[in-house]
Design a protein around this ligand. Structure first.
Ligand code: SAH
Length: 229
């Protein structure tokens, strides 16, 4: 991977990479491309596309993550945004969560190979992780589900005062998430709107958990999907 291009791309979303960061991100890219031959992880494999749409995009949210935060990434897939965050923010303790065990095994393999010890993985569904409820300062999710559904998955996992960082294209789902916000005790605090280096627009939306999640949430996934808040 071309380090100058990578640095430039990521610089445009406000993040400065060290040489060591670049080396880890480049090795991670190689591992995704290699694994992708056997197991579908992503449709984006061309180097520049990957740098922009996966790496720069994932890092666009790091300004929202407090120092030394405990962070959980719902539906991490091949590791977006969790893996670039763990590589660049060694102070953050990252947990990648996904219902597909093969994807979590892949992230664990990458972490071992890159010697990135601040990321661990859990294979399972977000709404079923009772032992993880109220444990995290930050929850992230990119390309997983509609905002009102995500809020029901994310809020229980946060401590009161913690923040859910939703990676979206724009704020259009905010209106339909109003009821979910009220019901779950969450508040929209900010949106960081930006353009990726290829012109794609992104909205990094931040929601704060302002009170404990009512006991009846989250519901089972069937109910969440059928009757989203
Ligand atoms: N965040 C990654 C992957 C997006 S694909 C990226 O941006 O590239 C969505 C992923 O969410 C899939 O891997 C799927 O297995 C996972 N997923 C969907 N619902 C989930 C849930 N309730 N709990 C855990 N993982 C979930």
């Amino acid at each position: 991977m071309d380090f100058d291009f990578l640095k430039d791309c990521v610089g445009k979303v406000g993040v400065e990479l060290t040489r060591e960061n670049c080396e880890s991100l480049a090795r991670y890219y190689e591992m995704v491309v290699e694994k992708n031959k056997a197991f579908n992880l992503t449709a984006i494999t061309e180097e520049k596309d990957f740098a922009i749409k996966h790496i720069a995009d994932s890092l666009a949210g790091i300004s929202e993550i407090p120092q030394n935060a405990m962070l959980l990434d719902i539906g991490a897939g091949a590791g977006f945004p969790s893996m670039p965050i763990a590589i660049v923010r060694r102070d953050v303790s990252v947990t990648a969560l996904d219902s597909t065990a093969k994807k979590m095994n892949f992230i664990s393999e990458c972490a071992r190979e890159l010697k990135i010890d601040n990321i661990k993985t859990i294979a399972g569904r977000a709404e079923e992780q009772r032992n993880l409820f109220s444990q995290f300062d930050v929850v992230t999710a990119r390309a997983v589900s509609a905002l009102n559904i995500l809020l029901e998955l994310a809020m229980p996992l946060l401590k009161v005062g913690g923040r859910f960082v939703a990676y979206k294209t724009d704020e259009s789902e905010l209106g339909s998430a109003k009821n979910a916000l009220e019901t779950l005790g969450a508040k929209h605090v900010s949106t960081k709107s930006l353009s990726l280096p290829n012109g794609d627009s992104r909205a990094i939306m931040v929601f704060e958990k302002i009170m404990p999640t009512p006991k009846q949430y989250p519901r089972l996934y069937g109910a969440i999907k059928k009757k989203p808040l």
